[in-house]
Structures are given as C-alpha cells and as structure tokens.
Design a protein around this ligand. Structure first.
Ligand SMILES: [Zn+2]
Ligand SMILES: [Zn+2]
Length: 328
C-alpha cells in the first residue's frame, strides 16, 4: 500500500510503498476514504510532540472496514468509521480505573504510537472506531475527529446553562466549528475576531454578534462562557475582560505563551479558567450528530492523496479555510 512517512524529525513527508498491515486480535483494517491534516501534524513533523520517526501521521482518519482481526464482534466489514486520537489505554492505572483514560501515561495514540491515516490503509482497535452517520460525508466527518471533537468538548466542559451567552475567540479551524456548535446548541453566540474579513463569515456561521476584543464583548454585556480557540494567547487573555461574573474561560487553542489573568477578575468576578481536551466519547457522538443533523458544516479544502505535499504546506502556512482533508 502507499503510505506517507515522515522519515525523521523536521523532514519532508515521503510517499513509500509498505506492506498492507494485518489486523491483530481486536483490531480492524480500514481502507482510508478521507484523512484530515491539522496544525498538530506540523508540530508532530517538527518533533515538537512525542512520537518516533519514521512514522505515518494522520489523526483525523475516516474509512471503511475491510478486514477484522480475531475476536472483533462489534464491527463488520463494510462499516464506515473514524478513529479518534486516543485508541486505547493501560486499563490498570488510577486514571483508567476512574474512567478517565485521557490522563493515562500509556495511551496508544493514532499517529503517535500507531500509524495514522495518511496512507491507503490503517489499523485501529475495533473499540476505538466510531461509526459515521449515513448522512455525513467522509470529508465532513474527518475533521470532526479532532477539531470538532475538541471544540464541542470545550463547549460541554464549560457547562453553559439555558439563557447564557457563549463567545468564541479565534475564528479559524477550531473556531469556525465552535461558533456553529454553540449556535446549534441554542446559545446566544458572539464571535471575537480582530480580522475585519471574518465579520461576515462569523455571521454566516451563526454568530449573533461579532466583536474585536474583550472590551467589545464587555460592551455587549459579556459572555458566561468563552471558548478560547485562537492560536494567540494574547487574544485569549484579552477576551477574559468580557467574561461575566461566574463566567468560564475554556482554553483549547495552543500557543507556547502563558495566559495572563487578573487576580482581581478571578476573585471579584469569581471566574473560572479551564483547560480542555477531547474529554469524553459521548461528546464525539454528539459532535458527529450535529453534523448529521445539518446544523454544523466543516469548511474544508480537499486534496487527492497524491497532493499531500501541497496540502501539508498550506496547513504549515496556516492557509486553509479552514480544514484540509486528503481524499482517497
Ligand atoms: Zn492507564
Ligand atoms: Zn488535529
């Protein structure tokens, strides 16, 4: 089979002919239909995140099951599935036993210690796979396994209540989905973006209002929940000025800078600063279901598999509007 490989840290991806893998017990073999490329692929290629080289990246994979390993009963050949980042964990440590496998130190991760989806075929543990609703296309489903899952988990983690207002800072790969999820879930939704060209877009995505910064948000009455999806920590810190008393700020966008929070805001407004990852499997189910209902649409650029280099370079330069997906 054809597979991309990152030969070594910070090296260009190469297409390589590899033997088609055989599923071990409890695994399935998936023929890839679509595989999203995310900025995390860039961090991985540069060696900024753990994982051995050479390896095949791709943590937003969607395809069709073509072979079952021994003992697989929950999936059938022909099932269309996607695979999230964390496939399995040790099931022995405190966090696994407490039902929080995201904190396990011995996770098996798609594109980390198991080859990812930027290849014609990939293996996955059957229990990690998630069936794709019939009305969701492969290209729409793939980015939900990372970007959609992440922002929807952040929305759920921030526990918005009826009548509350949700703001989204950063209208990009994550944020364009966060705005749609907040609106689809029934909340008054405010987009925060410095770019004038994002105003019309944010409204199209469902934002009730668009403001430039935290001061603008405060002027509108503020938000009870802010979803931080920007890759600028400064923009996210600034947005906290618009958080209402008892408000929650949920950080998902990554930047190496520290988040600045005023101690007086923390105390007097009793605000909460939360971090969030992909949290729980039921959040992925709901994230996919909103797409199936037609309430959330991923804005994608699709590239045939052999154009992977071009797709990767665009992601590296932050150019796609907003998710790049390889199709097979
Ligand atoms: Zn564990
Ligand atoms: Zn990703």
């Amino acid at each position: 089979m054809k597979s991309t490989l990152v030969p070594a840290k910070d090296q260009k991806w190469q297409i390589t002919e590899l033997p088609q893998p055989k599923p071990s017990p409890n695994q399935v073999l998936i023929k890839m239909h679509a595989s999203g490329i995310c900025f995390t692929d860039v961090h991985q290629t540069r060696g900024e995140l753990p994982g051995p080289f050479p390896r095949t990246l791709g943590h937003e994979p969607v395809g069709e099951i073509v072979e079952l390993g021994a003992g697989v009963r929950s999936r059938k050949v022909g099932d269309r599935v996607g695979v999230p980042w964390v496939q399995s964990s040790c099931m022995r440590c405190e966090w696994c036993l407490r039902g929080k496998p995201m904190f396990c130190a011995e996770q098996m991760g798609t594109s980390v210690n198991m080859p990812g989806g930027h290849a014609e075929y990939m293996l996955a543990f059957a229990e990690a796979t998630v069936p794709i609703p019939d009305t969701v296309s492969d290209e729409q489903a793939a980015p939900i396994f990372c970007a959609g899952y992440t922002v929807y988990s952040g929305l759920r983690w921030g526990k918005p209540l009826p009548h509350e207002t949700v703001a989204v800072v950063g209208i990009g790969g994550l944020g364009h989905l966060a705005v749609q999820y907040a609106k689809a879930a029934g909340f008054k939704t405010i987009a925060i973006s410095h770019s004038p060209d994002k105003v019309a877009l944010a409204k199209q995505l469902g934002a009730d209002e668009v403001v430039k910064d935290g001061a603008g948000l405060a002027k509108l009455g503020g938000a009870d929940l802010i979803l931080g999806t920007s890759n600028s920590t400064d923009a996210m810190s600034d947005s906290i000025k618009g958080l209402r008393p008892d408000g929650r700020f949920v950080l998902m966008g990554f930047d190496a800078k520290n988040l600045q929070v005023s101690p007086s805001d923390l105390i007097m407004k009793r605000i909460q600063i939360l971090g969030s990852q992909q949290n729980r499997r039921d959040f992925l189910y709901e994230a996919l279901d909103f797409v199936a209902q037609g309430k959330v649409k991923v804005m994608t650029e699709t590239y045939p598999f052999d154009k992977y280099q071009e797709a990767y370079e665009r992601v590296e330069q932050g150019k796609p509007r907003f998710r790049a997906v390889l199709t097979f």
